[in-house]
Design a protein around this ligand. Structure first.
Ligand code: S6P
Ligand code: ZN
Length: 184
C-alpha cells in the first residue's frame, strides 16, 4: 500500500491553508453596511478596505450531515470610529450546531450571544481554545495592532444565519475608549 503525501497543509504559525479543496472569502467594509455603530466614520472610510479573509478547507459539500469544515479567519487591525474591526457574526442555520475556535496569532475577543440576546465575551490569544455551543451566535473582534488569526472547525451542515445579527446586532460592541478595551 502506498502511503500518500498530505494533500493539504496548515501553517503552524498562523493557520494559513493550502492544497486541494481550499478556498478564500474576502469581506470588505462595503459588505458590512449597518453593522457598525458610527455610520459617519463608516461613510468616511474606503469601502474597498479589506476587513477580514476566511480560508477554508471543505472536503465535503456544504450541507453534508456528519461532515466537517476547517477554516482560518484573518482579521485586519483597525477601527470604525471607536469600534474594532470584526466579523459579521452569525447563528448557524441548523441552530444547534456547535463549533471550535482557537487563537493562532494576534489579540482579540470572541463575542457570544444566545437566542434571548444575552451576550458574553472571551479573550482570544495564541493558544486560546473556545467552544461555541449550539444556539449561540459568535463574532470575532480584532482588539490588537496586528493581524488576528483564528482557527475554526464546524459541522458541514451548520450553515450561516446572518439576518438576526444584521438586524439587531449582538447587544454589545467592543470599543477602545481612552486607551482601554471595553464591551458596552
Ligand atoms: C463558520 C465559522 C467561521 C466564520 C468566519 C467569518 O461557522 O464561524 O469560519 O464564518 O470567522 O465570520 P462570519 O460571521 O462573517 O461568517
Ligand atoms: Zn460559525
Amino acid at each position: 500500500m502506498e502511503i500518500k503525501d498530505p494533500r493539504n497543509h496548515f501553517s503552524k504559525e498562523n493557520g494559513a491553508l493550502s492544497g486541494e479543496k481550499t478556498s478564500k472569502t474576502i469581506r470588505k467594509l462595503k459588505d458590512m453596511k449597518g453593522f457598525y455603530e458610527d455610520e459617519e466614520a463608516f461613510n468616511k472610510m474606503d469601502p474597498e478596505t479589506v476587513l477580514y479573509e476566511v480560508e477554508m478547507h471543505a472536503p465535503v459539500k456544504a450541507g453534508t450531515e456528519g461532515g466537517l469544515f476547517f477554516g482560518t479567519s484573518f482579521l485586519n487591525p483597525g477601527k470604525v470610529g471607536e469600534e474594532f474591526f470584526m466579523t459579521k457574526g452569525h447563528f448557524h442555520e441548523i441552530i444547534n450546531r456547535a463549533e471550535y475556535y482557537w487563537g493562532l496569532e494576534g489579540e482579540g475577543v470572541l463575542v457570544f450571544m444566545d437566542e434571548d440576546g444575552n451576550a458574553s465575551a472571551e479573550k482570544v490569544c495564541p493558544g486560546s481554545l473556545h467552544f461555541v455551543p449550539g444556539k449561540i451566535a459568535h463574532r470575532l473582534v480584532n482588539t490588537g495592532d496586528t493581524k488576528l488569526a483564528v482557527g475554526a472547525c464546524w459541522p458541514a451542515d451548520a450553515g450561516h444565519q446572518y439576518g438576526p445579527i444584521a438586524e439587531s446586532g449582538f447587544g454589545v460592541r467592543i470599543k477602545e475608549k481612552n486607551g482601554t478595551i471595553i464591551a458596552e
